[in-house]
Design a protein around this ligand. Structure first.
Ligand code: C2E
Ligand code: MG
Ligand code: MG
Length: 842
């Protein structure tokens, strides 16, 4: 739920409690142009003209449309010549309802609010009234269609500004819809005219209008519309037929006018009906008693002083008080303590003056529960027209309020975290962009994605996953600044919207703060969990021109930062978008290659260091594309993983290798190792594909070896993997751990895993025996392997010094360019002679 509801409950506030203060004033000799500049800078809609504390007049942005803004002499005249005087003012203590009547009576949009010493303390506007008058029931019942007063005035964006201004003045409009050649609608308001007078450049309507026009369908409720207008600080709203057709423009004035006329009329009608029904019931007492007793509404009758005389069964059911417990008491036994004294005071005042009161009120049941009810009180008069009784009729609206709140929150908020959902986020982003366009600042979008979140879900369960998401949501919210907004788009994807930003450094700091906040340990199921996140950042207008682009680019930047290593942030820039296009082409070609089975496999020998003979081979993916040329596996594999194509690719490689083994059946037989992606290990399909291949080519399982990258063995996952690895081992498939030393293997787990060999990563072998650190690590790996009874294969062996070091320290096998690069099958075939493998250059 949003932290503040835009409407108060029915306790009618007074004017002083809702105005925000902050008055702008100038002296009578200020020019119209200067006054506009002041208003534009302060972002306010009116200015007071004062002379030594005395308020002489007021001038507002609505007045600008009555000036011919193309005439300089009119803009240079002193403001006193055009100001409105006297200024209608109102005391701070006056109730809002009365203030609304005054606005209507004087036909003005604002009133000056003064304190007891008649000093100005603020301005009350129509929108304040709508926000605080407690008219939510009415707003909820109405849709936008019923509030439209006239069709929108649509003008082309090429219309000269002065003509647009004349039009607004002649037609009495406070805004025009501006239509662009591409069909997009924008809005030009009085505020834009003020901005123009204040010096903002522009000649035609399109130069100053804001795009796009914020619109909602005619079927939307007036309440949601008003709420959106308030949240976004907009005063106009396009009303559509639900599609592209613009039916009209709705402004605060329309909403207020509607409330003033229709709402009050409706209430009167309703009350008159109830009034006469009640009068009738008094006359027909027996009938009345029956009606009252049968009523599902709670009913209470008091005498003229407010002492309770009778209540009906529904009253007892709702409040918990039996008739005998309340007779003789006043209704204050039900008081919840939530309303101030003045609330009841005003209620009685209205009852005496107008004979009825209706509204929402919080009462307390006998058991202490506080609940909202919708209450109508009607004064009943005797034949001499004196009030002799009051009848109160009420319904418990707890249910309805809960439903309303829930409907509202489901539509715009994510249930799990309480954050705005994608819909609300997109709305906010759109508006932020429109605002930025108008005021020439930048908007930044941070796309936050948790790293390896699936792992948490898989290993700790969905409940723990949910807990992590809620915690992350909370931390994000605590970390952003006021004005920034956090949303959850779904899954583990969050966004942070920075609606106004001027510097990159600030964004960098924010991104780092977010990363740090998420990375702090999190307690889940009694253990400390470290969750990291990757962030991509895009900026309007530099990166993207609309919300769709900004989101897409931030997402791309996020992926890029994941590739660079997790727990990082990264800005989107054009270099990235080029990459994206390149990647799309790559994607298309990869689909093509898989469909045509045109991926190839090359083989690299593994050599026994003691004898120099062939011990095995490793199958390495090779892809030569007719358009793209050679694409290395380091590019293909991650892409296939991202696109969900890795399983198909893996099976094609496996099939090729099995077919090759079968073709070499009459030669020396050595195991061929196939590399496995982590993602393949996740599915049972892999096991069945393997069984199928072995059966089809009648291969002994010992001829296939699997290389699994070390990162698979992260502790949380290892338990699940273990079963699969056991199943492989049972079939007699050899397993080795690839790139050993670069990942996070837990030694404890290593001992439990059913593996045969470790492959010492090339990064350690590369600088042997010169770099001491690498020497130590290599020795440690060799020692460890010996202890566990595992073989060690050194990767990336390129020279004799490495061979000497490895042989001396009892490493079993070597693989590397010194012997051969990965070669096509016809060359690999020549190694199958049983001879020692010739080193290159020998
Ligand atoms: P890897 O499994 O660690 O494979 C060894 C990589 O090191 C190969 O690169 C190989 O060509 C290269 N290499 C071997 N000896 C030397 C040497 O002496 N010096 C240098 N500088 N490099 C050497 P390649 O073929 O580019 O493959 C890269 C990675 O792509 C592989 O690393 C493996 O993780 C992955 N990969 C390759 N084929 C497949 C496949 O069919 N499926 C899967 N899932 N991954 C594959
Ligand atoms: Mg490998
Ligand atoms: Mg390797």
């Amino acid at each position: 739920m949003p932290s503040s509801t835009p409407f108060s409950l029915s306790a009618e506030p007074n004017v002083g409690s809702i105005i925000s203060g902050g008055l702008l004033s100038c002296c009578p000799d200020t020019s119209v142009r200067q006054a506009c500049t002041l208003m534009h800078q302060a972002k306010v809609s009116c200015i007071l003209i004062t002379d030594q504390q005395t308020v002489l007049g007021i001038w507002s942005e609505g007045d600008v449309r009555h000036l011919d803004i193309s005439r300089d002499e009119l803009l240079d005249q002193p403001i006193r010549q055009v100001m409105h005087s006297p200024v209608h003012s109102i005391g701070a203590e006056v109730p809002l309802g009365q203030a609304a009547n005054m606005l209507k009576h004087f036909r003005v949009r604002r009133l000056l609010v003064v304190d007891e010493a008649l000093q100005p303390i603020g301005v009350l506007t129509q929108s304040d009234i709508i926000r605080f008058q407690g008219v939510e029931h009415y707003l909820l019942m109405r849709d936008l269609a019923s509030s439209l007063r006239r069709q929108a005035m649509i003008v082309p964006d090429s219309m000269p500004l002065s003509q647009a201004q004349h039009l607004m003045s002649d037609e009495g409009l406070d805004a025009l819809v501006v239509s662009r050649a591409d069909g997009e609608h924008g809005i030009l308001t009085e505020r834009d005219l003020v901005a123009w007078v204040a010096g903002t450049k522009g000649e035609v309507a399109g130069d100053l209008a804001s795009y796009p026009l914020f619109s909602m369908p005619a079927s939307a409720s007036l309440m949601v519309a008003v709420q959106q207008l308030q949240e976004q600080h907009y005063r106009h709203l396009g009303v559509t037929d639900g599609g592209d057709e613009l039916l009209g423009v709705l402004s605060y004035s329309d909403v207020l006018a509607n409330i003033e006329y229709e709402y009050v009329n409706q209430l009167r009608r309703l009350l008159d009906e109830r009034d006469s029904a009640l009068r009738l019931s008094v006359e027909h007492l027996r009938l009345a008693t029956q009606v009252i007793n049968a009523s599902l509404d709670g009913i209470m009758i008091t005498d003229a002083k407010g002492t309770i005389e009778s209540v009906n069964p529904s009253f007892s059911q709702m409040t918990g008080y039996q008739q005998h417990e309340v007779i003789g008491q006043t209704p204050s036994v039900l008081s919840s303590g939530r309303h101030p004294e003045s609330f009841y005071h005003n209620m009685w005042l209205q009852l005496e003056e107008q004979g009825y009161w209706q509204g929402e009120i919080w009462n307390r049941r006998k058991n202490g529960d506080v609940y909202p009810e919708w209450l109508t009180i009607t004064a009943i008069r005797d034949d001499d027209d004196n009030i002799c009784k009051y009848a109160g009729i009420f319904t418990d609206i707890t249910d309805r309020k809960q439903k309303e709140a829930r409907i509202q929150s489901l539509a715009y908020y994510d249930e799990l975290t309480g954050l705005p959902n994608r819909r609300l986020f997109t709305d906010r982003l759109k508006l932020a962009i429109a605002n930025a366009r108008r005021h020439h600042h930048q908007v930044a979008l941070l796309f936050v994605d948790l790293d390896l979140f699936k792992r948490i879900n898989d290993s700790l369960g969905h409940l723990a996953g949910d807990k992590v998401l809620r915690e992350v949501a909370k931390r994000l919210q605590e970390t952003v600044r006021e004005g920034d907004s956090v949303a959850r788009l779904g899954g583990d994807e969050f966004t942070v919207l920075v609606p106004e930003t001027d510097e990159v450094v600030g964004l960098e700091r924010l991104a780092q703060r977010l990363i740090d906040a998420i990375y702090a340990p999190m307690e889940v199921n009694g253990r400390a969990l470290f969750v990291s996140a990757s962030i991509g950042i895009s900026v309007f207008p530099g990166d993207g021109k609309n919300e769709e682009q900004l989101l897409r680019f931030a997402d791309t930047a996020m992926y890029r930062s994941k590739e660079l290593g997790r727990n990082k942030y990264r800005f989107y820039n054009t270099e990235m978008s080029d990459r994206n296009r390149q990647e799309m082409r790559l994607e298309e070609r990869l689909h093509h290659a898989l469909a045509n089975r045109s991926l190839d496999v090359f083989y690299q020998p593994k050599v026994d260091l003691a004898t120099g003979k062939l011990k095995g081979m490793e199958a390495l993916l090779r892809w030569h594309d007719e358009v793209l040329g050679d694409v290395p596996p380091t590019q293909v594999i991650p892409l296939a993983e991202r696109l969900g194509l890795i399983e198909i690719l893996g099976v094609q490689v496996l099939e090729k290798v099995c077919a090759q083994q079968a073709a070499w059946a009459d030669r020396q037989r050595v195991p061929i190792a196939v590399n496995l992606s982590v993602l393949q290990l996740g599915s049972d399909d892999f096991l069945s594909a393997l069984d199928r291949c072995l059966a089809q080519y009648q291969l002994p399982p010992g001829l296939i070896e699997l290389e699994i990258t070390e990162s698979v063995f992260i502790p949380e996952r290892a338990e699940a993997m273990l079963a699969l690895l056991e199943a492989l081992r049972e079939r007699g498939i050899r397993l080795s751990i690839d790139d050993f030393g670069t990942g996070y293997s837990s030694l404890a787990y290593l001992r439990k895993l059913p593996i045969n060999a470790l492959k010492l990563d090339r990064s350690f072998v590369e600088h042997l025996p010169q770099v001491e650190g690498d020497v130590q690590i290599s020795l440690a790996v060799l020692g460890l392997a010996r202890g566990l009874g595992l073989e060690v294969i050194a990767e990336g062996v390129e020279n004799e010094e490495q061979v000497a070091f490895l042989t001396q320290n009892q490493c079993h096998q070597a693989q590397g360019f010194l012997y051969a690069k990965a070669c096509p099958a016809d060359i690999a075939q020549t190694w199958l002679s049983g001879e020692t493998i010739t080193k290159r250059g020998q």
